[in-house]
Design a protein around this ligand. Structure first.
Ligand code: RIB
Length: 302
């Protein structure tokens, strides 16, 4: 993958949602009715957020996914459309557009319930052959059926694509998917989950995991920064101090920008630094895609 290749692009296979975000003074408890602030209807979905972040980082991006034929489809696709993401492989579904209900707390934390709806209908065959090749950085996450990720990952591996999986929401991927990966992106919870599932114990779990799966592991640690390891050598990127408003979509932003940096031909250390900075910026504003705008990923000293 080189930055001078005009055909290189990011292809995101994944979820597209509309997020209904309600600011709350604290998280509600079971059985309670809590009064929150004004609701905002925002574009979201881990896949769509990753595609939008990659596009804002200046590369060609194609989104593959499904939306319903309902009133939530428009908001879900609005910022992808406006930013110039190729939506030719986004197909209609008979199910409802994916929807996430987000309670956004005053400290920037959030609780999310996702109704996947149309995202459940995604099919690995939705990805045209022309979008899977050596010029492709394929981005996967886990808000779609894991079996479809596995089928596509195996096909993309055969065709020489570079494959990233963001292990969110936290579920252990199929072995077939793990075998196809170049990069696995995990937060602390996801790292602990997959380490336990693979019987990895002791110090340096990311390094052990990288050796066990034969792929590089990117681990994100919130305010403590991020790291990239191939199991032998580890690059560490310190955290950035920002005024946190809303952490929704920070991991998606990290993933999308890292993928875009690979397409741009940046080395891994620079890609890690830019992804880390972009994720921190995302935390300073409300929403996911709405928090990615108004900032040039490459204008900052990272
Ligand atoms: O990662 C954040 C995303 O998770 C939100 O946009 C929401 O749609 C859920 O999928």
């Amino acid at each position: 993958m080189t930055g001078s290749n005009p055909f290189a692009r990011v292809v995101v296979f994944g979820s597209i949602n509309t997020d209904v975000v309600v600011p709350v003074p604290r998280l509600p408890i079971a059985g309670e009715t809590l009064l929150g602030g004004d609701a905002a209807i925002l574009p979201g979905g881990k896949g769509a957020n990753q595609a939008h972040a990659a596009r804002l980082a200046g590369v060609a991006v194609a989104m593959v996914g499904r939306v319903g034929q309902d009133e939530l489809a428009g908001p879900a696709l609005s910022m992808l459309e406006a930013s110039g993401v190729d939506l030719g492989a986004v197909r209609p579904s008979r199910r409802a557009t994916g929807c996430a209900m987000i309670w956004s707390g005053p400290d920037g934390s959030s609780t999310i319930v996702v109704s996947p709806g149309a995202n459940q209908d995604i099919n690995a065959d939705d990805v045209p052959e022309a979008l899977v090749g050596p010029d492709t950085v394929l981005v996967l996450q886990q808000e779609v059926p894991l079996a479809e990720n596995a089928r596509l990952a195996a096909r993309a591996r055969e065709r020489g694509a570079t494959i990233l999986l963001n292990m969110a929401p936290a579920q252990v991927p199929d072995r077939e998917t793990l075998d196809a990966l170049d990069y696995l992106i995990v937060n602390d919870i996801e790292l602990a989950m997959i380490a336990a599932a693979l019987g990895i114990a002791g110090a340096d779990p990311a390094e052990r995991l990288a050796r066990a799966i034969g792929a590089k592991v990117l681990s994100t640690h919130g305010e403590a920064g991020a790291a990239l390891t191939d199991g032998e050598t580890t690059i560490r990127q310190p955290g950035r101090t920002v005024d946190v408003v809303d952490t929704t979509g920070a991991g998606d932003t990290f993933t999308g920008v890292f993928a875009a940096c690979l397409v741009r031909g940046l080395d891994e250390a620079a890609a890690l630094a830019h992804a880390n900075a972009a994720a921190a910026h995302c935390c300073t504003r409300q929403g996911a895609q709405t928090a990615q705008v108004g900032w040039d990923v490459f204008a900052k000293d990272v």
